[in-house]
Write a protein that binds this ligand. Structure first.
Ligand code: ADP
Length: 583
């Protein structure tokens, strides 16, 4: 929590300072009240006092109560403003940091957990500031001031107050020790709920088709049950606090009056009135001391949870991003890609996924990568798109290590089409001109890209053509159409290198063929890297890499590989007849 405090702005500190002053005023009003109670008690017990004197003291009491209420309202206003502004800025900070995350960080935290962190966790902190700040400021002022008021007046009554405080402190300490570890568990369990809900909702079709509603419901019930149990435990434990606090408060009054009555009885007659005054003071101020501890106990209910949330927030903000942006811009445009002894291991994996990969392709060439599933094809292209950095060795684009490039320059050179197409809830056109590019994307570029990507026919059939809206997640278009829009988006920015990570998989053979012809004829100067499982798709590539368990087991053209790579021959023959392969 302390670490997060550095995100308070100067104005926030001013608000906190004003709140402290106002709360001190509020406490002053509250603590002045018992003085008047004492005055009225004395007036009533003294013969010859006039009713007017009692009334005046009563009006002053009322003024104090109103003053305290008025200040409380102002403080409440300031503090809730502070809390919502703080959560606004911290939410922005966390979101911006998450935007910098690469694949490795996303997988480390997981999407559901990041959602909890940007919503529920921030709410916990907002609640702590909104409710807790007033109490944190008020409780110490109130207790110290109240102690000063009764200090040295009666050691007997002081002991009564001290015993009450001791009982309170012990109870609070016990409860907090039991509950504190559970708060951490609760936030993790909320992550779990989000994970199962996310899985069930995004996989709703599969769940339905496989009649797995009950199975998923059971999974949800399981995590829900666990969260409920932990919540119940913490709530039940915390619920012990309230009755104990009430007991202590009432017990305190009772004890003060009991001890007070003995003190009054034992006092000489002339001093009895002054002892009575002390008893009245103790019953009020002692009450305030105990109340300030009760307030602090409220903090102990909110603080541990906010503490856990703050830690989770800091984990995101302080995360060291593994793929760091380089600083240079390179203007050469020779479209080459080179791997020099590249090996790669995923952050949590035990073994290398890619091992000692070296190759080079020139401008305008097409490189195809084939291999069984899990052989490392996507991983290899992910390294070109710098979604991960090579563990050892170098990846060079245009002869420069990609780690040296700034992102704007690197991503203006690369057009990457991921395995799973992504479209945004926006118009077709905005989906294609997506993002900022060093080169301006003109209307002609968009039309040209739509044409090359074989998307013209279906875009033309949409009501507003390329101004038509795509729904969130692309639910109003088919998988193949989504894939073609993804391809058009990469082509429109006219990159030097196009990377297709199995991006033709949802296309029918005819569209696939036309698209490849277009790429060959209209984008002959663009270097292309194609991951494909269909041999037909990559047969004409200039160079083909055959991967097996992360190692290159074949490199060359289709004809070369048919002759001297058994692995390639096996894959090819499993898909096409000898006749088709020759043709
Ligand atoms: P391909 O594209 O050839 O099917 P991938 O490159 O996707 O294969 O995966 C290669 C291997 O790396 C697989 O064994 C897979 O389990 C592993 N892998 C992929 N992504 C990750 C990841 N984020 N963390 C750990 N291992 C991964």
């Amino acid at each position: 929590m302390i670490k997060l405090m550095k995100y308070f702005k100067k104005t926030d500190w001013i608000i906190i300072f004003i709140s402290i002053v106002l709360i001190a005023g509020q406490v002053w009003f509250e603590l002045t009240l018992p003085d008047y109670v004492k005055e009225i008690t004395t007036l009533v017990s003294t013969e010859g006092s006039s009713i007017n004197e009692v009334l005046i003291a009563g009006v002053k009491m009322l003024a104090c109560a109103l003053g305290s209420m008025f200040l409380a309202i102002i403080v409440g206003y300031f503090v809730s403003r502070l809390a919502s502004n703080f959560s606004y800025s911290i939410r922005g900070k966390v979101f911006n940091k998450i935007s910098e995350f690469g694949d490795a960080e996303m997988k480390k935290f997981s999407t559901p957990s990041l959602i909890t962190r940007t919503t529920n966790d921030i709410t916990q902190i907002q609640m702590l500031i909104a409710m807790g700040l007033q109490v944190i400021i008020k409780a110490p002022i109130l207790s110290i001031w109240a102690i000063i008021k009764i200090f040295g007046k009666s050691w007997e009554l002081s002991i009564v107050v001290m015993v009450s405080v001791a009982v309170l402190v012990i109870t609070i300490a016990l409860v907090v020790t039991l509950v504190l570890p559970k708060f951490k568990v609760i936030q993790k369990q909320i992550d779990g709920i989000n994970r199962v809900a996310d899985e069930s909702l995004s996989g709703v079709k599969v769940v339905r088709a496989f009649n797995a509603d009950k199975y998923q419901a059971n999974k949800f019930e399981d995590v829900n049950d666990k969260l409920t149990k932990t919540n119940l435990f913490t709530m039940r434990t915390l619920s012990v606090l309230q009755p104990v606090l009430n007991l202590v408060m009432s017990g305190l009054s009772l004890a003060i009056y009991y001890v007070g009555s003995i003190l009054i009885n034992n006092a000489p007659y002339s001093e009895r009135l002054s002892v009575l005054g002390d008893v009245v003071s103790f019953s009020s101020y002692g009450g305030y001391v105990v109340m300030s501890f009760i307030m602090l106990s409220m903090i102990f209910m909110i603080l541990p949870r906010a503490q856990v949330s703050a830690k989770r927030m800091n984990e995101v903000i302080d995360e060291d991003i593994s793929v760091k942006e380089g600083t240079k811009s390179f203007t050469q445009n020779n479209g080459t890609i080179e791997f020099k002894n590249v090996s790669f291991k995923y952050p949590n994996a035990d073994e290398n996924t890619l091992l000692d990969i070296s190759f080079k392709i020139e401008k305008g060439e097409t490189l195809a990568i084939v291999g069984t599933s899990g052989s490392g094809k996507s991983t290899l292209v992910n390294l070109i798109a710098r979604l991960y950095d090579a563990t050892s060795g170098e990846v060079l684009i245009d002869g420069e290590n990609i780690k040296d490039y700034n992102f704007a320059c690197l991503y203006s050179k690369i057009g990457y089409i991921p395995q799973k197409s992504v479209v945004f809830s926006d118009t077709v056109k905005n989906n294609i001109c997506f993002g900022e590019s060093e080169k301006e994307i003109t209307e002609d570029d968009v039309l040209n890209a739509i044409d090359i990507a074989q998307a013209k026919e279906f875009v033309d059939s949409m009501p507003l053509k390329y101004d038509s809206d795509i729904a969130q997640g692309g639910i109003n278009i088919s998988g193949g159409q989504k894939q073609r829009l993804s391809i058009a988006r990469a082509i429109a920015k006219k990159p030097e290198i196009l990377i297709f990570d199995d991006s033709f998989s949802a296309l029918d053979f005819k569209t696939d063929k036309k698209l490849r012809d277009n790429l060959d004829n209209k984008l002959s100067g663009t270097t292309k890297v194609v991951v494909a499982s269909r041999i037909g798709t990559i047969k004409n590539a200039d160079k083909i890499i055959v991967l097996e368990d992360g190692k290159i087991v074949g490199f060359g053209s289709h004809n070369d590989l048919m002759q001297n790579c058994d692995m390639y021959k096996e894959i090819a023959l499993s898909q096409l007849s000898m006749q088709e392969l020759k043709g």
